[in-house]
Design a protein around this ligand. Structure first.
Ligand code: GLY
Ligand code: MN
Ligand code: MN
Length: 464
């Protein structure tokens, strides 16, 4: 946990922004996997962590702005629990660690919420994403789960996004610590990129590194030689010479700050010519995009710069043609990169996605595109110092998408479909780094993970 003052300050800022009513923040509960006592790995809600820091299940909080009071709800453990879980701090002890003076048992929640209802006060809550939280909200607030997202407090969402978007120095230090683990995960994965190894061998080792750092994966790892499937979680393939191994994985620090990197390595340690050509194009798109990052520039424009770099490279290979500005404007590049350049990162790997992507990534000035590909960009708005975000361009050859567009003659002025046949088994390449926006520019977070063709080939070859 950070020191008490951090949480007091965050809640004070929140109160000043939301101004009136009560704020109800619900922590997570343990969620059953296949029977009630066999639960998924515990993960606290990130908003609860941000304002209250307490990494324990079945806690909730109310910030009563009008009466300037804060409450934490939770049950102290019984002797039965102690037998199974060992001694646990009391709710009051935990609350005092984060500067909260009032605690009540879980059952007190109903009464406090009912009081607020009866006195006609505004109850601010955030959009729930877990079934258990939806059931609780329905029982406390009488709002059907299907309606809760719509009735969540826009003032609260906007205030939380404003606060969590800017990472403070102690958060950056925590992120940097996690980056050391990320470096070890990715360099280890690269060294394992050899014929005969299974994807699951790599997946197991890198998850182990995350766990042994005291954290956990920040999302289910993507470890695949079929990188054209963007979120490929199948780990059963055996690596063979000539394959590309795409590893998109991150860790969480013990305080749950995330990392998110992707590297694509040639199995056996030598890119083929065709792989190298595409790799260099994606790398150029990534480096150019990173270099363009500074406060005041929009991520949408940097996304389009990466797309422009990609199409220019693909034109050089004869895969695209025509007016490249028009190709990007109309979205023809999305055949090869049907996703956005990146997203905010912090306590969540896709930071605050539970609050609504448009609140996090867009504003009155920058709106989401409705063109296929560019529409998937999660972050479009202007950078501000303190933002942490990913830059992750890629180039994929997705046979089903190519066939479909080809049959529709879609963007036939920009795409040389006849030249794509040799790429049908290519797979995909993505390169991803985590970037901190500084006062005047940016910083790539963490110790550099090998990224150039030469660096990656050398690392793999040295380990053979
Ligand atoms: N979680 C995959 C990515 O955003 O990189
Ligand atoms: Mn990633
Ligand atoms: Mn990412």
């Amino acid at each position: 946990m950070f020191k008490k003052e951090v949480y007091l300050e965050r809640r004070n800022r929140l109160k000043n922004m939301v101004k009136e009513g009560i704020i109800f923040l619900c922590g997570n509960v343990d969620s059953p996997m296949n029977y009630p006592a066999n639960t998924y790995k515990w993960r606290q809600d990130s908003n609860f962590l941000y304002f209250f820091g307490l990494d324990y299940p079945r806690m909730a909080a109310i910030i009563d702005i009008d009466n300037d009071k804060e409450y934490i709800f939770g049950d102290d453990v019984s002797l039965d629990d102690i037998i199974w879980m060992g001694p646990q701090p009391t709710t009051a002890e935990l609350a005092s660690e984060v500067g909260v003076n009032n605690t009540l048992p879980w059952s007190g929640l109903r009464e406090k919420i009912a009081d607020a209802f009866d006195t006609g006060r505004k109850i601010h809550f955030l959009p729930p994403y877990r079934g258990e939280t939806k059931i609780l909200l329905e029982s406390l607030l009488g709002i059907h789960s299907a309606e809760q997202k719509k009735q969540a407090s826009v003032e609260l969402i906007k205030a939380v996004v404003k606060l969590r978007s800017i990472k403070e120095s102690y958060e950056i230090a925590e992120l940097e610590k996690a980056m050391e683990t990320a470096w070890l995960m990715h360099t280890t994965a690269m060294k394992m990129a050899k014929p005969g190894i299974y994807e699951r061998d790599v997946a197991g080792v890198i998850e182990g590194i995350a766990l042994s750092s005291g954290g956990m994966l920040s999302f289910p790892a993507i470890v695949t030689k079929r990188g054209e499937t963007l979120h490929n979680h199948y780990h059963g393939n055996k690596l063979e010479a000539g394959d590309l191994l795409l590893v998109d994985a991150g860790t969480e620090s013990p305080l749950h700050y995330a990392t998110d990197h992707t590297r694509t390595s040639p199995v056996g340690g030598k890119f083929t010519e065709i792989q190298k050509d595409i790799y260099e194009i994606v790398l150029e798109a990534q480096v150019k995009a990173i270099n363009a990052i500074k406060p005041g520039i929009t991520n949408k424009s940097v996304h389009l710069l990466a797309a422009r770099t990609l199409v220019e490279g693909l034109k050089g290979l004869g895969l695209m043609k025509g007016d490249l500005d028009a190709a990007v404007e109309q979205g023809a590049h999305a055949l090869f990169m049907p996703h956005g350049l990146g997203h905010m990162m912090g306590l969540d790997v896709h930071d605050m996605e539970d609050l609504g992507e448009d609140y996090v990534g867009y504003d009155d000035e920058v709106q989401r595109s409705d063109i296929f590909g560019t529409a998937f960009l999660r972050l479009g708005r202007k950078y501000e110092p303190g933002f942490v975000l990913t830059v992750e361009p890629g180039c994929y050859f997705i046979p089903a998408l190519i066939e479909k567009w080809k049959s529709e003659k879609k963007f036939a002025d920009f795409i040389n479909y006849d030249k794509l046949k040799p790429y049908f088994n290519f797979g995909g390449i993505r390169i991803e780094d985590d970037i901190l926006v500084t006062e005047n520019g940016h910083k790539i977070m963490g110790k550099p993970i090998p990224k150039t063709v030469k660096e990656i080939e050398s690392l793999i070859q040295e380990s053979i």
